[in-house]
Design a protein around this ligand. Sequence first.
Ligand SMILES: Cc1ncc(COP(=O)(O)O)c(C=O)c1O
Length: 370
Amino acid sequence: MKVPPLDLKAQFEGIREDVQQRVEEVFQSQGFILGPLAQELETQIAALCEVKHGIGVASGSDALLLSLMALGIGEGDAVITTPFSFFSTVSAITRLGAEAIFVDIDPVTCNLNPDLLNNITQPNVRAILPVHLYGQLANMEDINRWAWERDIDVVEDAAQAIGASRNGRPAGNWGTLSAFSFYPTKNLGGAGDGGMIVTDDDDLAEKLRSLRDHGARQRYYHDEVGINSRLDALQAAVLLSKLPHLESWNQKRREIADQYREALQDLPIELPVEEEGNHHIYHQFVIRTDRRDELKAFLDEKGIFSAIFYPVPLHLQNCFEFLGYHEGDLLEAEKAVKEVLALPIFPELGEERFGMVVDAVREFFLESRS
Ligand SMILES: Cc1ncc(COP(=O)(O)O)c(C=O)c1O
């Protein structure tokens, strides 16, 4: 038996009828773009985040891009972000002609370290874009305080954190705008690409509804140049079927994380730390070890999934060379990329597969290679 990264087939068995019924509804209506199911999903995701508006878009990457577009960010502006994230956190900034300024991560949580924000002196910073990496919120109290003092907008990259919270306040509730992804492997994943922006700001919500539809508030009358990035009704149908299960699925991930911690605590590895006040939803369960590549090869041999999120820090990606960063500039992120390893975590993992992962990791450190 192998241990996969996810078991979406098993997940589907539990929701099959509901999904099929809603998908049938979409085909009956033959309305495939936005529409009542997408609106329902927008309402429900906004409620989950305790904000007024949800704007369904075509992906998490577009949710970030459109958020920055709505704030009017472009050439001559700078946006602060983390070097340790998925690519589109930064491409959203540079695509608009703005400059990305990287702030190194906190080595414990791997999230942007707000203590380093005071080193930023550029006067053209318009926004800060923190990421809730692996499903744990960044230190939003400190980030927001720093931003408010300077009248800078905060855009949350909450792509990995739907249902997570910090001191009782949900992901998506902290930024001027917040971006979610419904990529199929996310804790709430669609049957294809999808994303959402949430906000409490009425004007920005209206602007975003226009920007996602070519900048037209009324069809064929364009006030601004937007893009085509609307949520499909079929995605909304699938996501509405899954949403009622999100809390229990996240809870199951939390239980598995606790079990991993217990089972691996005596090994020479760093286990993920849940910061006080954080309700982590373990989109990923990421350990750290300086023998990461050896461990990964060992698990691969046994058919046990593991993955490196992420192998290259964003400031050292070839395509961002023009930003002028070099090796040695952001040491914590550069160290993390050499040490992190995600182990399988998903609600349907089950005892047997969990046991296989634990046994293999223990064997690696205690018997075969130490
Ligand atoms: C942190 C982060 N930001 C942005 C994205 C982009 O989302 P999508 O793949 O839906 O475009 C992802 C997911 O892939 C992500 O993990």
